[in-house]
Design a protein around this ligand. Structure first.
Ligand SMILES: [Zn+2]
Ligand SMILES: [Zn+2]
Length: 137
């Protein structure tokens, strides 16, 4: 089991089966804007494995202007603004949980997606699979 929380603590997330073996770094423009950083760290988890406490504090933004073309429902804490989880509209079986909620000890990335958005001074981490865009889904 692994538990994480947002900045203010209003929302906590629990993975019943612990952290997955790897993460996915997303460099899409929407992740950049919503995180204030150059990428987000995502844990792809099954809906059934995830428990969210404090769900009444969650707010949702339906992000239609995505690099993938799919509408992404971005759920975040309405009090402190921490991104919590994203799901592709119409497919909430896989939840893209924000790894930074879990503090230190985030699993190593298996992939970096939307690498076409790398800044000139950025490069992929050693041994990590890089994808220009994302396989359509
Ligand atoms: Zn919060
Ligand atoms: Zn993204």
């Amino acid at each position: 089991m692994a538990t994480g929380k947002c900045n203010c603590g209003a929302i906590s997330v629990t993975l019943k089966n612990g952290l997955p073996e790897s993460s996915i770094l997303c460099h899409c423009m929407s992740c950049r804007a919503s995180s204030g950083s150059l990428f987000t760290v995502n844990l792809a988890v099954n809906k059934a494995d995830l428990v969210i406490d404090g769900e009444q504090h969650l707010r949702e933004y339906a992000d239609k202007n995505t690099d993938s073309g799919s509408t992404l429902l971005r759920r975040f804490c309405g009090t402190c603004g921490s991104p919590i989880v994203s799901v592709v509209e119409g497919n909430d079986e896989t939840q893209f949980l924000k790894g930074a909620l879990f503090g230190k000890g985030i699993p190593k990335p298996a992939a970096e997606i939307f690498s076409r958005n790398f800044e000139s001074w950025e490069s992929a981490r050693d041994g990590v699979h890089v994808a220009e865009a994302m396989p359509s889904h």
